[in-house]
Design a protein around this ligand. Structure first.
Ligand SMILES: NC(=O)c1ccc[n+]([C@@H]2O[C@H](COP(=O)([O-])OP(=O)(O)OC[C@H]3O[C@@H](n4cnc5c(N)ncnc54)[C@H](O)[C@@H]3O)[C@@H](O)[C@H]2O)c1
Length: 285
């Protein structure tokens, strides 16, 4: 259902790779809500073809860019302003990748060149995006910029590896730049901390299906899916949230505030069943 929340607004969506991508869902919802947009992803991702199919579906253009390259980002903002007819009102940074995770390096055996790449792709690219946008005056007054993050920035979760450090930095950049961008141009900068979601990036995390199940049982509202994340992004791009800035906004069914839930505890208890004697006593702890 459309509420016309983004009627007349212009935006750039970075990171739609395929139909599972959170950015894909956000792009579809943004257009449904009346926005005109451009899409951006790496030249390799664009060549793979699925982003172009989305662009065709939404009648918008794709601008290839490696988000670690300042020149590429300048080109994205320059072309987007030309295509859309002025500065944009919203930007989604939906970009993350850890070469250490890809190469199965554990957190106590990181390759430091790869760590630098993780941080550059997953966190510093957000600073580059903000700095380029501000210098080019590419985001309109009262614009809204969102990056996607994960609760592993605050709490240690098995398998998230060096992405936890990247997300901590990403959230810090949102606060530090949000102060300057808000003060000078009323532009708000936030991160949305999303439930684990089965996407290409998500499936790279060790034990992802178990993590999804665990966090679903721990969250009073259950995990938030990619469509629900898109809805939340739309409200953050809309004029209904004009005084929200510099925040890590948890969109996780309550997971981040929980200690232990009955559902998770029940499941945990069941794992002991094979170790019970006839009387129900646990025989091995
Ligand atoms: N899936 C989850 O469980 C989950 C949970 C919380 C937060 N997030 C975050 O959401 C965001 C989107 O991820 P997703 O889950 O939709 O997966 P995805 O794989 O669909 O999206 C990741 C995107 O990053 C792009 N990318 C990688 N390197 C890039 C570069 N150098 N320049 C430009 N783009 C680059 C990829 O091409 C891809 O489109 C990421 O920041 C991710 O960390 C995901």
């Amino acid at each position: 259902m459309s509420y016309n929340l983004l009627k007349g607004k212009r935006g750039i969506i970075f990171g739609a790779l395929n139909e599972q991508s959170i950015a894909w869902k956000v792009a579809v919802r943004a257009v449904e809500e009346g926005a005109t947009i451009t899409l951006s992803n790496t030249p390799v991702a664009v060549r793979m073809g699925e982003v172009s199919a989305l662009a065709e579906q939404l009648n918008c253009e794709v601008i290839p860019a490696d988000a670690t390259s300042v020149e590429d980002l300048e080109e994205v903002f320059r072309r987007s302003m030309a295509i859309l007819g002025g500065p944009v009102d919203f930007v989604l940074h939906s970009i993350g990748m850890s070469p250490n995770v890809r190469k199965k390096r554990t957190y106590d055996d990181l390759d430091y060149d790869l760590l630098a790449k993780t941080i550059d792709i997953s966190a510093i690219s957000f600073h580059k995006m903000l700095q380029v946008a501000k210098k080019m005056n590419a985001v309109a007054e009262y614009g809204s910029i969102i990056a996607l993050t994960y609760v592993a920035a605050q709490r240690t979760l098995f398998g998230y590896n060096d992405m936890a450090d990247a997300k901590a930095m990403l959230e810090s950049i949102a606060r530090s730049f949000g102060y300057i961008y808000g003060r000078e141009h009323n532009v708000r900068v936030n991160t949305i901390s999303q439930s684990p979601t089965m996407t290409t990036a998500g499936s790279g995390i060790k034990g992802m299906d178990k993590l999804i199940d665990f966090s679903d049982r721990m969250s009073p509202l259950g995990n938030a899916d990619a469509d629900e994340c898109a809805d939340y992004c739309i409200t953050m791009f809309s004029d209904l949230t004009r005084k929200v800035t510099m925040q890590t906004l948890f969109h996780d069914g309550g997971f981040s505030s929980m200690g232990m839930s009955l559902r998770a505890m029940d499941q945990y208890e069941k794992s002991f069943d094979q170790y019970r004697d006839d009387k129900g006593n646990i025989i091995y702890g």
